[in-house]
Design a protein around this ligand. Sequence first.
Ligand code: PMP
Length: 309
Amino acid sequence: MKNSAERLIWFKGDIMPVSEAKINVLSPSSQFGANVFEGLRAYWNDEDEQLYIFKLSDHINRLLQSIKMMRFECNYSADFLRQSVLDIIRANKFKEDIAVRQTIFLDGFGSWASTDPTDMFIAPIEKGRQYPVEKVGIECCVSSWERISDKSMSPKIKMGANYMNSRMGQMEAVRNGYDSTIFLNDQGKVSEGPGSCIFIVRAGQLITPPVTASILESITRATIIDIARNDLKLNVVERDIDRTELYIADEIFLCGTAVEIVPVIGVDRLPVGEANKGLVTQRVEQLYFNIVRGYSNEYKIWLTPVYER
Ligand code: PMP
């Protein structure tokens, strides 16, 4: 992995070392978190000598939706947004697993209600597994903070400011000796983690909150629903989940581009199932990593190769 000083980023149309990129301290982005972004991953496949970006077009679509909902004035085409991601990864010549942050931000000297000028940066960032691999799973609490809702700050918009709600929950969890947290929404139903969606297993059924449960419309969540139905032949249900169902679930895992798939082995100090990585979680995880790394021909349609071969 490159050290961060030599790492190149895409910044306002140029490719430059990260240390040279400067943003106005008075910009609405730096003052109020007025930006929208995507977090992508790309996985290196040794056999194919190829770096595969997972579901690039889905990320670009969601970025365009966030831009629209925030009423940012800009005219980026999907093709330009996709091509710029490829350009900056190629410029860095990465041959390893990477994460990429693509951010559209409100620049200049404006207020929280400005709609322009907007600009973009794309930064490949060092990121292995979020939690140490030797850890079987994580301990979570149910947050005393409520998840933001579509009535106030929509969790469907992947904007910087939303993560201050995540911050409150995550900091509380760590203060109290947990690894992470699970939010309830304004209806008191299970919503999501601070940067991930949630699945529980009950009696062999895979259950996840619906997209109306105050969640980000997660690309990993949609992937897992697809592959669990089509390949694992599991019964997958999108429905509200009660807090107490977390206490009696057989298995729970969090999912997202960054966290990938992480078993939750305890909630509020009650063990989840055998407090181990459950069978369903193992099967989903194995299939997911096969697909993202490019070992499944059937699912290569979800991958964008970075290098020409
Ligand atoms: N919920 C939140 C709040 C997130 O920040 C993320 C990470 N982007 C997710 C869910 C998972 O989304 P995805 O699978 O698209 O990465």
